[in-house]
Design a protein around this ligand. Structure first.
Ligand SMILES: Cc1cc2nc3c(=O)[nH]c(=O)nc-3n(C[C@H](O)[C@H](O)[C@H](O)COP(=O)(O)OP(=O)(O)OC[C@H]3O[C@@H](n4cnc5c(N)ncnc54)[C@H](O)[C@@H]3O)c2cc1C
Length: 475
């Protein structure tokens, strides 16, 4: 019998689970995929929006501001990257400048700091602004994170505190049994007093297991180019002025590791799992980035990717106990700024739970995690000392990102550690660089096989059926 079962190990589910793990509760997270953060949390702009954009009176406005305020400390506690870049909202012409005034007024009302820059002032910091940009609002405390890292770290802490993570455990049925819910998955059934539906684009399916949803999922795809680290055309995140029709529009984002993302578009989908990129989507991105920026070397793209926004017919986040289904809580329609809002979404859910669930602090709970070794952050002396102690840190596996075997082994051995090639890539980045795994992937396969005690033939890239090697061809 569990106290709370969370369906979905994206940022909503993992952030909630970490926060709940400070109480004496039996917790489980059920995830249908083979790793944490495989949905929207894996593929997004990674911006911790400060909260000037959502309209007054919405959950988004309140939770974005409150969530963003918590991120710096959370990232510090979890040893996750948090890079303050600032965010330029670049207006082109008088009409858009008027919109900047609206955003500035909202920011004033929400105590969000910003500065206003003339074209000339902005050009001094961002010489690649397009010729059309006339004025800029800089939300200079805006930061970027590495969303998978945060979700993984949250889950790691929750598991340290006794929570369970069940991968490859899609929830297929929920039935009411007295005061409890029975959740069916191929990994077994879970009896629980409370359920939190944090299933992203599939949240409607989960909701409909206990009653028909009053809203409908309308997943929207966003596609990106990833530019190589040696071209860094911008220092700040560059947004166009947001609009009702185009949302936040096509932006340029400096990532925490020195790449630049250009995107996304916004295309409604029939298939909520269609996460491939398309010629038309990328062409849209290419055309629209030129509104705010010039000299963007898209020919230096090392990868493209797409993410799917868990939008619904309800324009706001839905975070509530479902009417007629006591103790079943929806955390759905968590589109942007869902990443930035996640800490406050978790607080809101805990507030709802606390109305009927006794939350007793667990004095043994630890909310921080052990700092992972990041070789690139160490001085030459520190590296040498580490390598003397453990020579695996001296064997560089990923030449592009300078990732050592020691770091890869650590990410496999940690709680909620990597089990797949992509899992290793998401945790410590081999395969993220220019060669995209061309050199390091075979080595990662062998390290995984050795650490997991399986044959290299059994190592998968991502899902359980994504085998990399077919057979041995040499004895
Ligand atoms: C293109 C794009 C750009 C974005 N940019 C930003 C940004 O810059 N800043 C920001 O704040 N937000 C941004 N967002 C929004 C943000 O990414 C999402 O709000 C957030 O990731 C949602 O997290 P989640 O945990 O609710 O959903 P998800 O990350 O989608 O997680 C849901 C999880 O549930 C699992 N699941 C589904 N069905 C089942 C089932 N039956 N059983 C078990 N598990 C199941 C899925 O596999 C998935 O892992 C962006 C989103 C996109 C797509």
């Amino acid at each position: 019998m569990y106290d709370v079962v969370i369906i979905g190990a994206g940022i909503t589910g993992t952030m909630l689970c970490r926060k709940l793990s400070q109480y004496r509760l039996k917790l489980a997270v059920l995830e249908k995929e083979n790793d944490i953060a495989e949905g929207a949390t894996m593929a997004n702009s990674a911006v911790i929006h400060v909260g000037y954009d959502p309209e007054d009176g919405t959950n988004k406005a309140e939770l974005n501001v409150k969530g963003a305020q918590q991120y710096k400390q959370i990232c510090k506690d979890l040893h996750c990257a948090y890079k303050v870049t600032g965010a330029y909202i670049a207006a082109c012409g008088a009409e858009e400048e008027a919109s900047l005034t609206v955003l500035a007024a909202r920011a004033d009302a929400r105590d969000i700091p910003y500065r206003t820059l003339t074209r000339e002032e902005a050009l001094r910091e961002e010489p690649n602004l397009s010729d059309q940009v006339t004025r800029v609002l800089d939300f200079y405390i805006t930061a970027v994170v590495y969303p998978w890292e945060v979700a993984n770290a949250c889950m790691e802490v929750a598991c340290q505190n006794g929570a369970e993570l069940h991968l490859n455990a899609p929830c297929t049925q929920i039935t009411k049994e007295g005061d409890c819910y029975r959740i069916t998955t191929p990994k077994g059934t879970f009896l629980t007093r409370y359920v939190v539906n944090a299933a992203g684009v599939h949240a409607e399916d989960i909701h409909n297991m206990i009653g028909k949803a009053a809203w409908h999922a309308t997943p929207r795809k966003g596609e990106y180019f990833v530019l190589d680290q040696d071209v860094q055309p911008i220092q700040h995140i560059i947004f166009p002025v947001p609009s009702k029709e185009k949302g936040k529009g096509v932006l340029a984002i400096p990532t925490v590791y020195g790449n630049t993302l250009i995107g996304p578009n916004s295309d409604f989908l029939d298939d909520p799992d269609d996460n491939g990129t398309s010629d038309s989507g990328l062409a849209y991105v290419r055309t629209n980035i030129s509104k705010t920026l010039k000299n963007i070397p898209l020919n230096r793209s090392i990868r493209t990717f797409a993410g799917i926004r868990p939008t619904t017919t309800n324009p706001d986040f839905i975070i509530e106990e479902v009417k007629d289904a006591p103790h079943f809580i929806d955390a759905v329609s968590i589109e942007s700024p869902g990443l930035a809002s996640a800490p406050a979404i978790a607080d809101r859910i805990i507030e709802i739970l606390s109305q009927s669930l006794k939350l007793e602090p667990d004095s043994s709970a630890v909310m921080t995690r052990k700092k992972p070794v990041v070789l690139a952050d160490l001085s030459a002396e520190e590296r040498n000392a580490l390598i003397r102690e453990n020579p695996a840190y001296g064997r560089i596996i990923c030449r592009c990102e300078q990732i050592s075997e020691g770091e890869i082994i650590d990410c496999i051995r940690r709680p909620c550690g990597a089990r797949t090639v992509k899992g290793v890539k998401k945790r410590v980045r081999p395969g993220m660089g220019r060669c995209q795994g061309g050199f390091c992937e075979p080595k990662v396969v062998h390290i995984l096989a050795r650490e997991l005690g399986i044959s290299p033939l059994e190592v998968v890239y991502d899902s359980p059926d994504s085998k990399i090697l077919q057979s041995e061809n040499r004895i």
